[in-house]
Design a protein around this ligand. Structure first.
Ligand code: BTN
Length: 354
């Protein structure tokens, strides 16, 4: 009932009488009062005025937790089974434990803090409390294991779309949207590059700095060689913070750009909503045919010089978007193109990270 009360108070944006809440939830006035007291303890600012009722005063950063997430997530499937932890070793590790216990497709694991957050290439992922969004999505797709890596790109697209949906609400000074709704800073209009975009294959960058990392882990069923489950872990820098020394200058938080607090629960809902739609498009063709256009539109490398760090030899070229199977198409100086596979190589901009 707690999350429903928050949802209702948020929808109304004005006083809702105790009587109405009692009738709606079929409980006594005392039960409503008790639930409201608990919500206040959770951190919600709820004003109770005699003869008028209850009013929710929102503060995007104040509250995070199970009730808040349940009151925000409006998807059909993704996140309808939800686990929240104030602190956990890693949401990816926890999602894998839950998967082994039989948790269903679409399960989402969220934590306010991780004590052993994991990044790619065996690195850690700094995960302080109260600032960032850490979550893992558990999927059980009926697709060949070789196609699973494309789902990381699907998540990158959904994260970029989710961030843009939440940030577009108030455009910071100096920003504007193009005809196709791309958010760009005024000064960069000529370049036509999106401010919030994807660095292939799956980093989300804002103004050339990393705002999000994605780590996908796959578990195959030994007997059939098919996918048992897949965990896609997402870490997003939401609030401005002191980044670890090695990330300074390369990392950015969403609220630095938005110039206002960003609600982590609202952001998660926006991402899961986008993912649900994109995942449906992916499953329809089992590749990125329906998503390539949207992905390319958000690709910050598009049309730019990139350096491909291939262990067999580095080379430079111009990024020309992705294949429908997720490889980056790189045009070489001689005019030929090469498909670059994620995992084997990484790509750097000639003039920096992007
Ligand atoms: C990267 O190195 O870019 C990937 C970072 C992925 C971090 C996220 S935070 C939520 C989930 N749980 C983890 O332990 N890692 C991922």
């Amino acid at each position: 009932m707690k999350s429903e009360i928050i949802t209702l108070l948020r929808q109304r944006g004005t006083y809702v009488s105790g009587q109405e809440l009692c009738e709606r939830f079929g409980v006594s006035r005392t039960a409503v009062w008790k639930a409201v007291e608990q919500l206040k303890k959770d951190g919600y600012q709820i004003e109770a005025v005699k003869n008028r009722g209850y009013l929710l005063k929102e503060d995007a950063t104040r509250v995070f937790g199970r009730t808040e997430l349940e009151s925000r997530i409006k998807t059909d499937r993704m996140g309808q089974t939800l686990y929240y932890y104030d602190s956990i070793d890693s949401t990816n590790i926890q999602a894998k434990r839950l998967a082994e216990e039989g948790a269903p497709d679409g399960t989402v694991v969220v934590a306010d803090q991780q004590s052993a957050g994991r990044g790619r290439r065996g690195r850690g992922w700094a995960s302080p409390a109260g600032t960032n969004l850490y979550f893992s999505l558990l999927l059980r797709p009926d697709i060949a294991p070789g196609k699973a890596s494309m789902l990381t790109l699907v998540m990158a697209l959904a994260v970029a779309q989710g961030i843009r949906a939440v940030m577009n609400e108030t455009l910071p000074a100096g920003m504007q949207t193009t005809e196709d709704s791309t958010l760009v800073p005024t000064a960069k209009m000529e370049e036509g590059l999106p401010l919030v975009g994807i660095k292939w294959p799956n980093d989300i960058v804002i103004d050339g700095r990393k705002a999000c990392g994605i780590l996908t882990e796959l578990s195959l069923s030994v007997e059939q060689g098919s996918i048992d489950y897949l965990v896609i872990g997402v870490g997003i820098n939401v609030a401005k913070q002191e980044f670890p020394a090695e990330l300074q200058g390369h990392a950015i938080a969403l609220d630095e750009v938005a110039n206002r607090p960003i609600s982590r629960s609202e952001l998660l809902n926006a991402i899961l909503t986008a993912f649900e739609a994109d995942y449906g498009d992916f499953l329809a063709t089992e590749d990125l045919t329906r998503l390539k256009g949207q992905y390319d539109a958000l690709l910050v490398n598009y049309g730019r010089q990139v350096r491909v760090l291939d262990p067999k030899g580095e080379y430079d070229g111009i990024a020309r978007g992705i294949q429908t199977t997720g490889e980056l198409i790189v045009e070489l100086p001689d005019g030929n193109t090469k498909d670059v596979y994620a995992g084997e190589v990484s790509v750097r901009g000639i003039y920096g990270y992007v």
